[in-house]
Design a protein around this ligand. Structure first.
Ligand code: UDX
Length: 450
């Protein structure tokens, strides 16, 4: 069977592309990854993953060593593949809309070189309507007599779970122009499909829209619970009990109801804004106007945590603040649109002396938060702190001993901005604990408070 399998290319070897390329090799395909960045290609060719993603380096190394997975900076080297996955970035442009220049550039560089009937598969997240425009462009630039089809196959991988999400996704969406493209993609994903992963076969615009709709829905769910946190704060109610009770209703579900500092990262904020921008272009801006509130509620969480911090310390100038967590979520070293980094930078600008600890986001955190010191462990970060802020809920922070941390700090005051720590344990060790959306009791022994 393997002799008839199509050769695959992956264009753009960032987070999505590198994982997808390694995943396709794991499924038994011959894969060539293309990127214009020579240093990235060099490290991937040596089996080095330039970001934190559990399990990916092992998978990459195995397939680079076997020769099934290769990387190149030359577009001509991928022209013999029959299926080309486009995984380049679609960053947010100045007006909130997606910048499609990398997608268009990749297609324009590749398609004129194709001499075999081929399938180009978009995986990048794009605004609805992009594929239709790309399809016309492909027709214009493809070589005479060569049929190049375009499909859209959005990716739903979560950072920190990218390997499992690639090999065992919760659904496969195939936006296809016809049966040939569908058959080829079903061959690529045969293993997952045989294992029972649901497949949604649809047209190109629907496939494009599904991705932005999914991320906008997740963002809405988080902002819903954070809006409830605001009401809890005003009314004396408790958002964590509220979320647990809502979550017991299967129609609602408990996941993505963790209230706190809100969402960040390379996807949710960007996709939400890009959907609003595209809907406005399409004349249906009103239909998604509520997503602007979703964004605004999310950004208010950062203000809220800063206000809580200020209430604890008075003015920030010269105050020592320890920050636990810098990445936008646990399990990742990604600090793109990280709420934790935003809070740190604003504390610094207000004159605070900030020392942070993150299990992974040290290099990325240093680059994104200049002036913040990064410590080698949480206890060092907390040394002589007037206030401890828990901003990213890494599991190891839940394992901290409140008494041991208490010995390190100057004042036992903690803001659990992620509502993830064992408040009773911290309170019992004499900490004053504050948390957004909650009204917490005073510590059992407040002696160590100034
Ligand atoms: C997201 C989607 O989940 C994924 O399907 C898509 O392909 C890419 O975007 P990711 O950005 O990796 O994945 O992170 P995700 O786990 O969705 O978390 C996004 C943000 O929401 C993080 O900042 C996280 O801390 C925050 N979050 C999540 C909450 O604030 N509360 C929650 O209950 C859940």
């Amino acid at each position: 069977m393997s002799t008839h399998r199509p050769v695959l290319s992956v264009i753009g070897t960032g987070y999505l592309g590198a994982t997808h390329a390694a995943g396709l090799a794991e499924l038994g395909f011959e894969v060539i990854g293309l990127d214009r960045d020579p240093s990235r290609i060099d490290s991937l060719s040596r089996g080095i993953v330039p970001f934190h993603e559990p399990g990916l380096a092992e998978m990459l190394q195995g397939h680079v060593a076997s020769g099934r997975l290769r990387f190149t900076t030359e577009v001509a080297d991928v022209a013999h593949a029959q299926v080309h996955f486009v995984c380049v970035g679609t960053p947010q442009g100045a007006d909130g809309s997606a910048d499609l220049s990398q997608v268009i550039g990749a297609v324009e560089a590749l398609v004129p070189l194709l001499r075999l009937d081929s399938l180009v598969v978009g995986k990048s997240t794009v605004p609805v309507g992009t594929a239709a425009a790309l399809r016309s462009r492909i027709e214009e630039i493809s070589a005479p007599g060569v049929t190049v089809e375009l499909a859209w196959n959005p990716e739903f991988l979560r950072e920190g779970h990218a390997v499992e999400d690639t090999l065992a996704p919760n659904r496969i969406v195939l936006g296809v122009p016809g049966p040939r493209a569908e058959a080829l993609l079903r061959e690529v994903y045969a293993e997952a499909i045989a294992a029972g992963v649901p497949v949604v076969v649809t047209d190109l615009p629907t496939a494009e829209l599904i991705k932005q709709a999914a991320n906008s829905f997740l963002a809405t769910k988080i902002s819903f619970v954070n809006a409830m946190a605001e009401v809890c704060e005003a009314s004396g109610a408790d958002v964590t009990a509220l979320a647990d009770a809502l979550g017991h209703d299967e129609r609602i579900g408990r996941r993505f109801l963790d209230s706190g500092l809100g969402f960040g990262g390379g996807c949710l904020p960007k996709d939400l804004r890009a959907l609003v921008a595209r809907a406005e272009q399409l004349g249906c801006g009103k239909s998604v106007a509520f997503l602007r509130d979703v964004d605004a509620i999310n950004l208010r969480r950062r203000d809220r945590v800063l206000a809580m911090a200020q209430r604890e310390v008075g003015a920030f100038d010269g105050v020592r603040i320890a920050v636990l967590g810098a990445s936008f979520k646990p399990g990742s070293d990604d600090v793109r649109d990280s709420p934790a980094v935003d809070v740190m930078n604003r504390l610094r600008r207000a004159g605070a002396r900030v020392t942070a600890y993150d299990p992974a986001a040290v290099l990325t955190g240093r680059a994104a938060a200049p002036g913040v010191r990064f410590a080698a462990n949480p206890l060092v970060a907390c040394r002589k702190a007037d206030l401890v802020l828990h901003l990213t809920e890494w599991p190891e922070f839940r394992a901290l001993d409140p008494e041991e941390v208490g010995q390190a700090v100057r004042r036992r005051v903690l803001i659990d901005a992620r509502n993830a720590l064992d408040v009773d344990a911290w309170t019992a060790a004499g900490w004053a604990v504050r948390a957004p959306g909650r009204h917490l009791a005073a510590p059992a022994r407040a002696g160590s408070l100034v």
